[in-house]
Design a protein around this ligand. Structure first.
Ligand code: GLC
Length: 690
């Protein structure tokens, strides 16, 4: 059951939810409500065994207890343990105990979730906006809560199938030759690839919707040439527009008043990559449509995928911040700096970027209503992405476009996916990636992934290999970095092992894609904690480094340096595949319970659940060359198993039709197995045990 409470008089419509639910009078029960003049608080006393799930893109575990989180979209790195916020505002959490309670705060401003940080037994939520909608979900299980919540917020974004292929990216590829070489070397080593990402260097001096003619002299021809090799080029788009006479996007924006304003009504100035910039007012319908239509410049040149960045929005400095800092320098020049004056000088500069106070300096025109940015701060990334996706639909409503964003809030999951921002090449960030995936997906963002190998700092062969072994399961699979050590899959000694891993991703795509599509279309589950199916199993409740993936499998990634094996807890009997490649694997039935499994650096495991089927196919150099009608069957069959297999053309928007799902089943008959499948699909048993 979902109850909708309204506090105060919310004047801004976030459009996070798509279902209309009658308002229940009063304050959100069973939370304890308090209000001061400045803040609203909701408290809830936690039982010792309660788990708190959710909160999407945030640090720490799947169980969020013990820390404080703040929904305040920030451009922040490195992602250190003490951070309360990353780039997103995902205000949905679940209390899982005797009762199952989902809480969604539908509010565009900053919210703090103290999940047993101040008092280990108290969940305390506070919010600076006094006006908000609160949804309380109560269901018989946590899984049901997530389903109901996902129904409430509407269908998750569905990318084209090529968006599930492997992508390579670097903040540092400078020109056509660099990109060409990366492609060539992948192919030389037989490593599959679908996408090469263009970071800000493709632009003319970091100006959105321009192309540097020296670096990319014949861009449309280059795009075509890449497409012939089944490679999609995916350019980045930043939120801020450079101030420059003669730059058409800037000039049009100024002319039509499409930029955010300062308090005096002048276009607000913020410093970002290109220097002084304006922010398009994407919360204003006309400005949003205009900004979205700018993507046509690249769409017309054959581009069909984008990543939206710096849309918290990131501010390196405001004019006011720089002025204050310079004044401070003048004041302190030639002075004897003591402890206070020295650190105050350092503080002035170290707090120039992404300073909360700068968000109080500009205003939006929300279709006639002037709203100061800080009150709706968390909505900016959402609306930049909505601008793009709506424009794509206007451009070609029958086609899917790849789109993912750095900043997000709930509601944006209908328009695009997210990547998790500037992580580092640390083992702890591989762990974080594993734990974050199910939390993000609970909030509706099914299409997600992290920068594989780590964005900042130098990766190592072992870390990249283990990270890729996990990422063959994440919907977005992109290696992206900016460090000096080259990080492409062919840069290390054991290239064949890297190729085998990426090939296995392509072989797994029939399952990965089928599970993703079913999850998106039917509010079903892609990644989820094993405790969701075993809420009474006290060990399963604490297992965070193992995940169920869809209908048939569990994964237990390797995440520790120098480890050649790991402990795994099986809440039920499973068939364990230890894979080196699609056709080089060992299979063993394991009973419910604790196991230590050897998993060498070039190996990884997949666990098939009882009476379940894992479908795989042959690998190929790109998703366009995959044959999704010829499948290998891996199954653990005690008596009979069946699988709903979803497949479609991978690019059209007519995906929600029954014909796309077929049934495959395996029945045991004495010592033999029979596979039943439609004649349109060819199935071959590769490993059936039971
Ligand atoms: C931001 C992005 C990163 C990108 C860089 C340059 O830091 O998060 O992915 O490479 O900007 O555009």
């Amino acid at each position: 059951m979902i109850k909708h409470y309204r506090l105060g008089h919310p004047s801004y419509e976030t459009n996070a939810v798509v279902e209309h639910i009658q308002i229940t009078p009063g304050t959100p029960s069973p939370l304890h409500y308090r209000q001061t003049t400045k803040e609203v608080h909701f408290d809830y006393v936690l039982e010792k065994s309660d788990i708190v799930y959710g909160l999407g893109e945030n640090l720490h575990g799947i169980n969020k207890r013990g820390f404080l989180y703040r929904s305040e979209c920030r451009d922040i790195s490195p992602h250190m343990e003490g951070l309360a916020s990353l780039y997103a505002a995902h205000n949905f959490l679940i209390i899982d105990g005797e009762e199952h309670i989902g809480i969604f705060l539908d509010v565009p401003g900053i919210v703090t979730f103290d999940v047993g940080h101040s008092d280990m037994d108290t969940l305390s939520i506070s919010c600076e906006n006094l006006d908000m909608d609160v949804y309380i979900l109560t269901c018989s299980s946590t899984k049901e809560i997530v389903r109901e919540f996902r129904k409430l917020i509407g269908q998750s974004y569905i990318p084209p199938k090529w968006g599930f292929g492997y992508g390579q990216s670097r903040f540092g590829y400078k020109n056509e030759q660099d990109i060409q070489e990366v492609l060539h070397t992948h192919h030389e080593h037989g490593i599959p690839l679908d996408a090469l990402y263009l970071d800000i260097d493709y632009m003319e001096r970091y100006k959105d919707f321009t192309i540097d003619k020296e670096r990319f002299p014949a861009f449309p021809t280059f795009v075509k040439k890449m497409k012939k090799d089944n490679i999609h080029l995916v350019p980045i788009i930043d939120a801020a527009i450079k101030i420059e006479e003669g730059y058409h996007v800037y000039e049009e924006g100024v002319k039509h008043n499409y930029f955010c304003k300062d308090k005096d009504g002048h276009d607000f100035i913020a410093g970002v990559w290109p220097g002084r910039c304006h922010f398009p007012d994407v919360l204003n319908t006309e400005a949003r449509n205009w900004f979205g239509d700018q993507y046509r410049y690249l769409l017309d040149q054959g581009i069909d995928g984008f990543w939206n960045d710096m849309n918290e929005p990131s501010i390196f400095y405001s004019a006011q911040g720089i002025d204050n800092a310079m004044k401070k320098v003048d004041e302190l020049r030639n002075q004897n700096l003591d402890i206070d004056s020295f650190f105050s000088l350092v503080h002035t500069f170290s707090h120039l970027s992404n300073n909360r106070l700068d968000y109080e300096l500009f205003y939006h025109n929300v279709d006639g209503t002037r709203i100061r940015h800080d009150a709706i701060h968390n909505q900016y990334g959402y609306h930049m992405t909505k601008a793009a996706q709506e424009a794509f639909q206007r451009y070609d409503e029958k086609k899917r476009f790849l789109l993912f964003s750095r900043s997000s809030s709930i509601g944006m999951h209908r328009y695009g996916g997210i990547w998790t921002g500037d992580n580092s090449s640390w083992w702890s960030h591989l762990v974080l990636n594993i734990k974050m995936m199910p939390s993000i997906q609970m909030c509706g963002f099914l299409y997600t992934g992290a920068d594989i190998g780590g964005f900042m700092e130098d990766t190592t062969e072992e870390l990249l290999m283990r990270w890729l072994q996990f990422s063959i399961f994440t919907p977005l699979m992109r290696n992206h970095y900016c460090s000096s050590r080259d990080q492409e899959a062919y840069q290390f000694k054991n290239t064949p092992a890297f190729r085998n891993i990426i090939e296995t991703r392509y072989a797994l795509l029939p399952y990965v894609y089928s599970e993703f599509m079913k999850a998106a279309l039917h509010q079903d589950f892609y990644f989820y904690p094993i405790a969701f199916d075993y809420p009474q199993d006290s060990i399963a409740r604490e297992c965070e480094m193992q995940l169920f993936l869809g209908d048939s499998i569990m994964i237990a990634p390797m995440y520790e340096q120098n480890a050649t094996g790991r402990y795994v807890y099986l809440p039920e009997d499973m068939l364990c595949l230890t894979m080196r490649s699609l056709k080089d694997f060992d299979a063993i039935q394991l009973p419910k319970g604790h196991h230590y499994l050897p998993v060498d650096t070039h190996e990884f495991t997949i666990f098939i659940r009882k009476n379940k089927i894992l479908v795989m196919g042959d690998s190929a150099l790109s998703t366009a060359q995959l044959d999704d009608t010829s499948l290998y069957i891996f199954a653990y069959v005690e008596d009979s198993a069946s699988y709903s297999y979803y497949h479609d053309d991978g690019y059209s928007t007519n995906y929600d039709v029954d014909q796309n799902t077929t049934q495959i089943s395996v029945c045991k008959d004495g010592d033999t197995y029979h596979i039943d499948h439609p004649s349109s699909i060819h199935c071959q048993a590769l490993c059936i045990m039971g």
